[in-house]
Design a protein around this ligand. Sequence first.
Ligand code: NDP
Ligand code: AKG
Length: 410
Amino acid sequence: MNALAATNRNFRLASRLLGLDSKLEKSLLIPFREIKVECTIPKDDGTLATYVGFRIQHDNARGPMKGGIRYHPEVEPDEVNALAQLMTWKTAVAAIPYGGAKGGIGCNPRDLSKSELERLTRVFTQKIHDLIGIHTDVPAPDMGTNAQTMAWILDEYSKFHGHSPAVVTGKPIVSGSLGREAATGRGVVYATEALLAEYGKSIKGMTFVIQGFGNVGSWASRLIHEKGGKVIAVSDITGALKNPNGIDIPELLKHKEATGSLKSFNGGDSMDPNELLVHECDVLIPCALGGVLNRENAADVKAKFIIEAANHPTDPEADEILSKKGVIILPDIYANAGGVTVSYFEWVQNIQGFMWDEEKVNQELKKYMTKAFHNIKNMCQSHDCNLRMGAFTLGVNRVARATILRGWEA
Ligand SMILES: NC(=O)C1=CN([C@@H]2O[C@H](COP(=O)(O)OP(=O)(O)OC[C@H]3O[C@@H](n4cnc5c(N)ncnc54)[C@H](OP(=O)(O)O)[C@@H]3O)[C@@H](O)[C@H]2O)C=CC1
Ligand SMILES: O=C(O)CCC(=O)C(=O)O
């Protein structure tokens, strides 16, 4: 099932549990606005290259639309649409005053030089600058983008609208927030702790398998390692690595920084990346692409807990198979909400012109993640449902209530 069909399905199941009116359901499902732009840039060799950029603004009933910008060869409208919708429910689950959006450019950032990436980002910003803004739509990093990308967007946007640091989050520290770079991984760890506590367990001594070693995967690995968890397998696009005694994550981080990949790290054995997701472990954390858990591999998953740090890593068919096996899944719209939560703190700091220290950022993040977990659990009890539906009913209900309060009448 493609990402949009899967996301719509989860939304409809939640809407039914909540008993939403069908007209309201339709209105919540259809995006507020879909933007598609042509981005042509001169390459370093003087030739021209054209890329397609998207920004899909899903809903703004609870506040300005919010969500990342992805640079990846597989970026296409249905996927961006699904990711934008997930942002709407995610910001509502996290109880931060935003709606949802997502954007992206179909390109392989590994094949572009830094100056080509800068030109592409600036052209994309020129095409969408009048449709984003501090109180309308606030982008942030996602796969293939980072703080530098956000700094270019801020600079280009500011040429049209004056200096506007709050127009993007996930910026470098000069106008960004302390703690934002680590926030998604840190939020994943707080979410994991909240879940494990329900089962009388903690991170210390448990075994973890982590797919993806970019922003989210590397921070999650580092923090789990610091808390005494044993990361026994990790992967990036170049391959996968295992060590049953636990990988030395600080050493692996140095290796990845120096070489750009996990390859040839001598603190573990290489493994088939397809084996990684079905490797024996206590906790599996996908931190890369969507749809990686599907009917092909779900029956073979051996983890007892899955923490969805990536967006929509679990296809609905896999969801069903895993649930029958008794695997506990912490859904993306909660598990990876730490990033957008600290993006909210960054936006607040930019608007106030006042910078928080990192301790305050992390304390507030923990408060938001812990509260959201208990709110999800309450929804699970009221609707007799699993954690995914607990999170969806929580998010959808908050957005539906805001929509009704703003004047919706069937
Ligand atoms: N950044 C954020 O704040 C947030 C991100 N997310 C989600 O988390 C996920 C990861 O995002 P982020 O860490 O920012 O992205 P990055 O681009 O920083 O990292 C992505 C990682 O995935 C790896 N990867 C790509 N393709 C594959 C593959 N086929 N098999 C294994 N690994 C692969 C990359 O490998 P390599 O290192 O070799 O390139 C990289 O390590 C995405 O689903 C994103 O939507 C969710 C919430 C917030
Ligand atoms: O920080 C943000 O605004 C959005 C992060 C994001 O894209 C996501 O949570 O998927």
